[in-house]
Design a protein around this ligand. Structure first.
Ligand code: SF4
Length: 140
């Protein structure tokens, strides 16, 4: 999937200043232009990452498990606060939970390690059709 498909005309925005990026990638490494071309979603049907259909979402998540830039992808979504679609094999509800951990002070490195070691973390709840474009505000 192209970068434009996920972010039509939009830049990444600003990094969340309250994220402790200890143990995670640097902002320079998170520059999407440096890694996104290596993402496996570049060659798959965009619906697997963008659709509201759970069957599509599951296929996208499965592809993410083997993606060589999965860690950077997930880290980018957490640092820049992308709240919709699949990133690094995680759904928006999963990332909201991870965001709560970051808000509590867990480091980015720890959250990434825990998440990427738990490749089957998605649940039926997180795969509901409404997950993909749920736009819930930031957790205080
Ligand atoms: S982890 Fe998934 S969404 Fe991210 S670049 Fe790789 S295939 Fe695409």
């Amino acid at each position: 999937m192209s970068q434009d498909a996920k972010h039509p005309g939009e830049p990444w925005g600003h990094p969340r200043p309250w994220v402790d990026r200890t143990g995670g990638p640097t902002l320079e490494q998170l520059d999407m232009g440096r890694w996104h071309d290596d993402g496996l979603c570049r060659t798959g049907p965009a619906d697997w990452w963008l659709s509201d259909e759970p069957a599509d979402t599951i296929r996208g998540i499965e592809v993410c498990q083997d993606c060589p830039v999965r860690r950077l992808c997930l880290a980018s979504a957490l640092v820049f606060g992308d709240q919709w679609t699949i990133y690094g094999g995680t759904t928006p509800p999963q990332r909201r939970a991870l965001t709560r951990r970051l808000r509590r002070g867990d480091t980015l490195g720890t959250v990434l390690a825990d998440t990427l070691n738990d490749t089957n973390a998605h649940t039926d709840e997180t795969l509901r059709p409404s997950h993909a474009r749920t736009d819930v505000g930031e957790v205080a």
